[in-house]
Structures are given as structure tokens and as C-alpha cells.
Design a protein around this ligand. Structure first.
Ligand SMILES: [Zn+2]
Length: 290
């Protein structure tokens, strides 16, 4: 029988023991080891560059976001962490409030383009309740951000969870088309619904990205490349895998607020820069902008 009270436990959570994985970054192809460590209550999510002198720490919050195309990256002084969104989504989706994430290179492992490998590493570590009330940001007013035909609106939700509705519009693409999906962040739901949804690009974008030095080592097995007939040399995990991946990205990016969110977010074609803009707008509306 299913438990009617499935919302994520109200206490702060961390992991029980260290756990990690190895891989290569999408952008650079650089080999990297990423290790998750337990952290004290109210630490939040902090990335650490163990390969740099002094092992600099970078909190994964909006104040440390640096401008990037098609990804979310954070930095402080000369230390950067590129493409944090799928790691952030895994931590948020599992309801982990506090975690130290050590890396020995600048870019997170790309894995299969989803959050699955990070979720598996965190599950191996186990989750531990810290018996301190969770920090929860309840959206209490409607806040909208727009940019070039994309929009993102946060509003009070119907219950005590994070709800997300996303409309992906690739109306000109014969296979992707328009995809709409709804999600509510209950315990276990991220793993069932979103964590394995992979990054996708259009075949027509691939040459352009490679010319910019991005993903040169990637093959059609490392992410979804959509041609006119569907994914090239790959198959979909869900019929609407693209919209599910965009939702995974939103969940990872909104975690830059620094805590859990209760409320509803409605997204229309949003990407990383607009997701970050919504976090800034939520902080500004509450008078807590830095
Ligand atoms: Zn993504």
C-alpha cells in the first residue's frame, strides 16, 4: 500500500558515508573524480576543488554563479566548477540538504547526460536524518521572469511540496514537437520520473557545438542526438525524455536558492540562464538579494 504522507522528511538530511564516481567532462573531456561527503546541518551544498592549492570551496548558491552558455557553473577567484546542474538535481531530488562535493578537475563527469550516476552514488552512500528542521523556502507570491519567448513563473503551490510544470516547444522538429509534463517532488519520485532523463541536442546543433570546442569526444551514446527520425544510434528511456530532462535541469538550477522550495513553478521553454534569473527574482522579491 502506498503511504499517503510521501513528502520528503521535514528534517535536514545528509549522506551516511562518502561515495563517488569517475568520468569525463562533456565540454573538455577531462577525466575527473567526484566524491560526495557528509556535511553538518546548514552547510548546504558546497563544491571543493581538491586539485587546486588550498582546496578552495565554492558554495552552490546563486551568488557564485558565473555566466555560461547552456550550462550552470559556479566560481570564486580562480576556482570554477563547470556544469553543476545534474549533480544539484540528484542531491535535490533525493532531499539531501547538506553535502560536500569534492572534485579533482573543473568539470563534473558527464556520465550518460542524466543524473542517474549521481543518484546511484548517493544511494550507495545512504541518506541520514540530521534531526534539525529543514530550511524551506515557501513561495508566497507570483513571480515571473521572461527572456526571448521563454518564461518561468513561481507561485504558491497546492500543498507542501515542490511542483513543476514544463512545456517544451520544438514545434518545428518532427519528432520532439511539443511536450508538457507535470512533476511533484515526493520521496522517490525524482528517481522514478526524472533522474534518468538525458541531455539532448539536435543533430543540426552538434557541428556548431563541436566548433566551439564542446563535446568533441562525445559519441551518440553519451547523450541524445536528435536527427529528423529520432535519436541517432540510441533509444528513448521515456517517450517524452526531452521535457523530463529540462525539468531535471530546472530542479538542479533552482537549488541555487540554497534550500528546499515549496511552491509551484510553471516553465515554458526555460533554460539555465532564465532558471538562475528566477532564483534572483525570488530573492529580490523577498528583499534578501545580496
Ligand atoms: Zn541538463
Amino acid at each position: 500500500m502506498s503511504d499517503p504522507f510521501r513528502s520528503i522528511a521535514p528534517g535536514q538530511r545528509t549522506i551516511q558515508k562518502p561515495s563517488g564516481l569517475e568520468g569525463r567532462g562533456y565540454l573538455t573531456g577531462t577525466a575527473v573524480e567526484l566524491n560526495f561527503y557528509p556535511a553538518e546541518p546548514d552547510t548546504g551544498i558546497v563544491f571543493i576543488r581538491t586539485d587546486l592549492p588550498g582546496k578552495p570551496e565554492i558554495p552552490a548558491t546563486i551568488d557564485y554563479v558565473i555566466p555560461r552558455q547552456r550550462r550552470t557553473s559556479i566560481g570564486q577567484d580562480n576556482a570554477v566548477i563547470e556544469m553543476i546542474e545534474h549533480v544539484m538535481a540528484a542531491l535535490t531530488g533525493l532531499g539531501i540538504d547538506n553535502c560536500r562535493v569534492e572534485m579533482n578537475a573543473a568539470e563534473t563527469p558527464g556520465c550518460d547526460g542524466s543524473s542517474q550516476a549521481f543518484v546511484e552514488a548517493l544511494r550507495r552512500a545512504g541518506i541520514r536524518d540530521q534531526h534539525v528542521p529543514a530550511r524551506i523556502w515557501s513561495i508566497d507570491q507570483q513571480i515571473t521572469v521572461n527572456e526571448g519567448g521563454m518564461s518561468l513563473t513561481a507561485m504558491p503551490g497546492s500543498g507542501t511540496a515542490f511542483e513543476l510544470n514544463y512545456t517544451l516547444d520544438y514545434a518545428n522538429h518532427p519528432i520532439i514537437g511539443q511536450q508538457v509534463h507535470d512533476f511533484e517532488l515526493f520521496e522517490g519520485e525524482f528517481e522514478r520520473e526524472l533522474s534518468s532523463a538525458r541531455t539532448f541536442v539536435l543533430e543540426s546543433e552538434v557541428e556548431q557545438l563541436r566548433a566551439a570546442g564542446i563535446g568533441r569526444h562525445c559519441t551518440a551514446q553519451d547523450l541524445l542526438i536528435f536527427g529528423p527520425d529520432g535519436p541517432i544510434e540510441n533509444s528513448l528511456r521515456y517517450p517524452n525524455e526531452p521535457v523530463r530532462h529540462k525539468m531535471l535541469d530546472v530542479i538542479g538550477d533552482l537549488r541555487l536558492l540554497g534550500c528546499r522550495i515549496h511552491g509551484r513553478v510553471v516553465a515554458h521553454k526555460s533554460g539555465h540562464s532564465l532558471n538562475a534569473e528566477l532564483v534572483r527574482a525570488i530573492l529580490a522579491a523577498s528583499g534578501k538579494a545580496g
